[in-house]
Design a protein around this ligand. Structure first.
Ligand SMILES: Cc1cc2nc3c(=O)[nH]c(=O)nc-3n(C[C@H](O)[C@H](O)[C@H](O)COP(=O)(O)O)c2cc1C
Length: 304
């Protein structure tokens, strides 16, 4: 049997397939369909220091081979997660990784501090790439100094595995990746959604209440693959690949480009069992190609 395990710092994932933040709730929403214990990990919905209602409806729109969302980090706040949700999900035999957000560096720090000592939380994903909030979010992830500053601040208060989630809405993704690596990130995850918009020609109005939103799904896979490949060659820390992964071969492509771990997002809305199919498909691929360890595949792209 092929060895599907992968490692980021001291964190061993039983397999590389995880669910992307905002697309699996807190895992409970998925349990009618899948056993979370079979996943490599769960990146749960973005948390903020206080309750957030999110943006007004409509905040989702379907597009050709992708979807636009402008949820705006709706959540009940980190304390609610710790007191009400975590006790219900802590028995999952998979890594539970919160995605943390803030309007200011201070807010990011407050969220990270509250999560730092929890025994069932081995890592956090620092979201400096949300395109759907007025203050903070993507603003932190689009310049090197601000990406460095927020990562460095969190590094000082968070001793466990720190993953920083990057925005694709930048000119030089490798520069941002290097900045967060220099600031102490243990891994980078990419990509968050690409800024887009949809228009209703009959009403002449934007489809989303926020006019613009974040594009996800198969439409963004080529962009995400390119960015993962560029970042893998630029930094020394592991890369987590995200963006339009619909099946096992998509996941394998991300690994060849340099990803150690992958996140499945929008695909779960079409088929909530898809993540388990991706795991099985990766195992089949390794067996067919006589590869005994999945981690040997990372960065295996042949370009000459
Ligand atoms: C409805 C929805 C909500 C999302 N919420 C978050 C979030 O709270 N935090 C975050 O970092 N990314 C969030 N994302 C982005 C996804 O985690 C992922 O980076 C993006 O959708 C690209 O992957 P995909 O094409 O496989 O969906 C959200 C995406 C969608 C579609």
């Amino acid at each position: 049997m092929a060895d599907l395990s992968v490692q980021i710092k001291n964190l061993v994932f039983r397999n590389p397939v995880t669910l992307a933040s905002g697309t699996c709730g807190f895992g409970e929403e998925m349990t009618p369909f899948i056993n979370p214990d079979l996943l490599g990990g769960l990146f749960v919905k973005g948390l903020t220091i206080r309750n957030r209602e999110g943006n007004p409806y409509p905040r989702m729109a379907e597009t050709a081979s992708g979807m636009l969302n402008a949820i705006g980090l709706q959540n009940k706040g980190v304390d609610y997660f710790i007191q009400d949700i975590l006790p219900r999900i802590r028995h999952y035999q998979t890594h539970i990784i919160p995605n943390i957000n803030g309007s200011t560096v201070k807010e990011y720090i407050q969220v990270a501090e509250k999560l730092a000592d929890l025994d069932r939380i081995p890592a956090i994903e620092l979201n400096i790439s949300c395109p759907n909030v007025k203050a903070g979010g993507m603003e932190f992830g689009i310049t090197c100094p601000s990406a460095f500053a927020v990562t460095e601040a969190i590094r000082k208060v968070y001793p466990k595995v720190l993953i920083v989630k990057l925005s694709p809405n930048v000119t030089h993704i490798t520069e941002i990746a290097k900045a967060v690596e220099d600031a102490g990130a243990d891994a980078v995850s990419l990509i968050n959604t690409l800024l887009g918009m949809a228009i209703n020609a009959d009403t002449r109005k934007p489809v989303l209440s926020t006019v613009t939103g974040g594009l996800s799904g198969p439409a963004i896979k080529p962009v995400a693959l390119r960015m993962v490949w560029q970042v893998y060659r630029s930094v020394g820390i592991p890369v987590i690949g995200i963006g339009g992964i619909m099946n096992a071969l998509d996941a394998i492509e991300f690994m060849l480009a340099g990803a150690s771990v992958v996140q499945v997002g929008t695909a779960s809305f079409i088929d909530p069992t898809v993540s388990l199919k991706v795991i099985q498909g990766i195992e089949d691929y390794l067996n067919i190609h006589h590869i005994s360890r999945l981690r040997d595949l990372t960065g295996g792209l042949i370009t000459d």
